[in-house]
Design a binder for this molecule. Structure first.
Ligand code: X5A
Ligand code: ZN
Length: 657
C-alpha cells in the first residue's frame, strides 16, 4: 500500500499506464527540399505525413510537445570536421546559391536548397533536445520527427540524403557534455534498411557506444554499397565487439526475420551490455510498401521490436527518424511506435511467416563472429529452430550472370510465381498491416499480370533497369529512382530484334545531363533493326516504370496503363498515356506477343518524330556515360561485342532522316 501511494505522489501522472513521451516536430524542417521542384523520395511530405497521422489519431495530444532547437556548432564538431560544419552552415546562404547544385552533384545522393542549413541544424538539435530530456528523466521516452536524416553522414561528408549525423551528435553530447546525467553507456539501434555507416565510423573505437545495425547488404551491392556494413566489421581497439552489423543477403525481409535477429542477437547482447540509454536510428524504409527498401516489416513488427527494447535502460529510449519513403507506411509505423512508448505494450496484431533460410545463416555468422565478446551468443542455435524457414526463392532468369550461384535453387518461372503467391499470402495472413495493394486497390489487379517490357535504351542494362524496380541509381545517373512498389526483379530476360528505327535526340535530360537520348520510331521500317532487351515484369511494375520514365508528380491513385489498355493495345498499336503526356516516353507501343504475353515498349509519339524530322527538335548523339551504359547492356546481354555495340549506337546516332 505504502509503495503504491508513494509512486502516485512521486510522478505527476497516472502510474499504471500513461508514460511521458516527448514529440518533436517543426515545420522549418520542411524547407529543405530538392531544388526546382524536382521530385525526390526524401521530401517534406515525409514528416508532414507522420505528424498528421499522430494528430489525427489523437496520439500527439497524449504526448509532451518539445521545441526544436538548432544544434550548437560545438556539438556538431564532436562528430564532424570544421570544414563539414562550415559547409552545411553556409550552403543555404545567398553567396552559395550559384555553387550549391554543383557542390551537391559532387556528393553521393545529396541535394541542397535555401532551407537545407536551418533544417540540418534543427534536425540534429531536436535529437539532442529529446535525448537530454529523456536522460534527465523529465520524459520516459521521445520521438524526434526530423529531416534531413543523419546516419549516412560521416565526419567530413554528407551522403545518402544525410547532412549532419543527428544520432551520433546526440549520443556524443550525452557522453561528453552531460556526464552529470549518469549516461555512461548508450545502445544505438539502427533499423533503417540502409547501413548506418556514419554512426559506425563515429564510434568505431568507443566501447561506451554499442552500435547495432540491421540492413540490406547483398554482399556490398545495396546502398551505400561497400563492405562497411558486413558482419565482420566489429569495431577496433577498445571498441572491438561494440559494433554489430546484421547484413541481409536479400530483400523482402519482414517481421519474422527482424524478430529472429532481436531474439537471437540483439536482446541477448543488450542484456549483457546493460545500456543506460537507447537511441534508435528509426528509419522506416524496411516497412512494407517502401519503394527503396523492398522489405516487409509491418507496424506490428516495429511495435514488437520497440517493446523488446523498452525492457532495458529503464525504458529511456529516443527514436530519431532516418529514412522511410512510403508516406502511408512511415505514418503507420510511427504511430505504432508512439503507441508502444505510451502504453508500454505492442500494438494488436501478429505475423506468422518464418525467417528466410538466409536469415538464419546470417544470424549464425554474426553469433559466431561476436561470441567471443558476448558469451550469450557463443552457442550454436538448435537446428530445430533454424530449420523453420520460409522458402528462399531465386527468380530464374536468362541473365547468364546469376547462373553460377550454384547453392541456390532454380525452378521454372511458373513454379516460382505459384510458390511466391503461396508465400506472399502466408506472410500476409493475420498480419494486421496494410500491404501496398490495400493502400492502392488497383495495384492488386495489375500485380498478377505479366508482360514483356521491351527496352532499347539504357534499360537494356540490367542494373539500370533494376533502379526503376528497386530504387537507387547507377553510375552516370544524376539522381536516384524511386523504384516500384513491387521490388521483385524481372522473372525472365530475353533479347529480340525489331524492325523499328532507333534514334537519339533532344538536348539533355535530368537523369544523364547533356546529350541526346534514345527513342524508338513508333512505325515499322523493314530497313531497320533495333536490339531490344525484354524483361518479364508485372503490369504493376510496368506502370511504376512508365511513371519514372515520364518524371511527373502524378500520384498513381489510379494506374497509368490499366488492364483495359492492355486488352485494347494489340488492336490500336499504341496508346498515348494522357496522365503523363508531358513526359517524353508517354507513348506505349505494342510490338507483338511472346509466349502469349504482350510485348510493350515506351517511346515518343509520332508528332515528336515529325519535330525531329523538321529540325524543330534536335537529333543529337548520346553523352558518353549514356552511350556507355547502352553498350554495357548490349555486351552484358551477350548480344554484341563491345566494338560492334559501339558501332551500332554510333550509326543510330548519326543516321539522318
Ligand atoms: C537515410 C536513407 C538512403 C539513401 C539511398 C541513396 N538514405 N540511394 O534512407
Ligand atoms: Zn535508409
Amino acid at each position: 500500500m505504502e509503495v503504491e501511494s508513494n509512486k502516485i505522489k512521486g510522478s505527476g501522472n497516472n502510474y499504471n499506464c500513461q508514460r511521458r513521451v516527448g514529440l518533436i516536430y517543426d515545420e522549418r524542417m520542411c524547407s529543405h527540399c530538392a531544388p526546382d521542384g524536382e521530385p525526390h523520395p526524401e521530401n517534406p511530405n515525409r514528416i508532414k505525413a507522420i505528424w498528421n497521422k499522430l494528430q489525427n489519431s489523437n496520439i500527439s495530444q497524449r504526448c509532451v510537445m518539445l521545441n526544436a532547437k538548432a544544434v550548437e556548432d560545438k556539438l556538431i564538431q564532436a562528430v564532424h570536421s570544421k570544414n563539414h560544419n562550415n559547409l552545411i552552415r553556409n550552403i543555404s546562404s545567398k553567396v552559395y546559391a550559384s555553387r550549391r547544385n554543383r557542390i551537391a552533384s559532387k556528393l553521393n545522393s545529396i541535394y541542397f536548397n535555401e532551407g537545407s542549413s536551418e533544417a540540418a541544424y534543427l534536425a540534429a538539435g531536436s535529437v539532442v533536445e529529446a535525448a537530454e530530456k529523456v536522460a534527465k528523466g523529465e520524459l520516459d521516452s521521445a520521438f524526434a520527427i526530423v529531416r534531413p536524416p543523419g546516419h549516412h553522414a560521416e565526419e567530413n561528408e554528407a551522403m545518402g540524403f544525410c547532412l549532419f549525423n543527428n544520432v551520433a551528435i546526440a549520443t556524443s553530447f550525452l557522453l561528453n557534455e552531460r556526464p552529470e546525467l549518469g549516461i555512461k553507456k548508450i545502445l544505438i539501434v539502427d533499423w533503417d534498411v540502409h547501413h548506418g555507416n556514419g554512426t559506425q565510423k563515429t564510434f568505431w573505437q568507443d566501447p561506451r557506444v554499442l552500435f547495432f545495425s540491421v540492413h540490406r547488404h547483398e554482399f556490398g551491392s545495396f546502398y551505400p554499397a561497400n563492405d562497411d556494413g558486413f558482419y565482420t566489421m566489429i569495431g577496433e581497439g577498445p571498441g572491438s565487439g561494440y559494433n554489430i552489423n546484421v547484413p541481409w543477403e536479400n530483400g523482402r525481409c519482414g517481421d519474422a526475420d527482424y524478430l529472429a535477429v532481436w531474439d537471437h542477437i540483439l536482446v541477448p547482447v543488450v542484456e549483457e551490455f546493460n545500456p543506460d540509454m537507447i537511441i534508435i536510428s528509426a528509419g522506416f524504409d524496411a516497412a512494407v510498401g517502401d519503394p527503396l527498401g523492398g522489405c516487409r516489416v509491418t507496424p506490428y513488427g516495429y511495435s514488437v521490436m520497440l517493446k523488446k527494447l523498452m525492457d532495458f535502460a529503464q525504458g529511456k529510449i529516443v527514436l530519431a527518424l532516418e529514412g522511410g519513403y512510403n508516406l502511408e507506411s512511415i505514418a503507420n509505423s510511427s504511430l505504432a511506435c508512439v503507441e508502444v512508448l505510451l502504453e508500454n505494450k505492442p500494438i494488436r496484431g501478429s505475423s506468422e511467416a518464418y525467417p528466410f533460410e538466409s536469415t538464419w545463416r546470417v544470424i549464425q555468422e554474426v553469433r559466431q563472429k561476436l561470441g567471443v565478446f558476448w558469451p550469450s551468443l557463443a552457442d550454436e542455435l538448435p537446428t530445430k529452430l533454424t530449420n523453420q524457414n520460409a522458402p528462399h526463392i531465386l527468380i530464374s532468369s536468362s541473365d547468364s550472370k546469376s547462373e553460377d550461384e550454384g547453392a541456390k535453387l532454380f525452378v521454372s518461372a511458373d513454379l516460382v510465381s505459384a510458390v511466391e503467391d503461396v508465400v506472399t499470402s502466408l506472410s500476409n495472413l493475420k498480419v494486421e498491416d496494410q500491404t501496398a495493394s490495400t493502400f492502392v486497390p488497383w495495384r492488386s489487379d495489375v500485380s498478377k499480370i505479366d508482360i514483356w517490357y521491351a527496352t532499347y535504351g539504357s534499360n537494356m542494362s540490367r542494373s539500370r533497369l533494376l533502379c526503376y524496380i528497386e530504387g537507387g541509381k547507377v553510375e552516370g545517373m544524376k539522381k536516384p529512382c524511386s523504384g516500384s512498389m513491387d521490388g521483385h526483379p524481372p522473372k525472365e530476360i530475353l533479347w529480340r530484334t525489331f524492325s523499328h528505327r532507333l534514334l537519339f535526340g533532344r538536348e539533355s535530360t535530368h537523369t544523364w545531363g547533356p546529350g541526346g537520348i534514345a527513342f524508338l520510331h513508333p512505325k515499322r521500317d523493314n530497313q531497320c533493326k533495333t536490339h531490344m532487351c525484354l524483361y518479364r515484369i508485372t503490369l504493376e511494375q510496368f506502370n511504376d516504370i512508365l511513371l519514372q520514365e515520364n518524371v511527373s508528380n502524378y500520384d498513381m491513385s489510379s494506374p497509368l496503363f490499366d488492364v483495359d489498355a492492355l486488352n485494347s493495345i494489340s488492336n490500336k498499336g499504341s496508346i498515348s498515356v494522357e496522365a503523363v503526356k508531358e513526359g517524353w516516353y508517354h507513348n506505349v507501343l505494342y510490338l507483338g506477343k511472346e509466349r502469349e504475353m504482350p510485348i510493350l515498349t515506351m517511346t515518343c509519339p509520332l508528332s515528336v518524330i515529325e519535330s525531329f524530322k523538321s529540325g524543330e527538335l534536335p537529333l543529337r548523339p548520346p553523352c558518353k556515360e549514356y552511350a556507355n551504359i547502352l553498350v554495357k547492356g548490349l555486351v552484358e546481354g551477350n548480344q554484341l561485342t563491345e566494338e560492334v555495340a559501339k558501332a551500332y549506337i554510333e550509326e543510330a546516332a548519326t543516321e539522318p532522316f
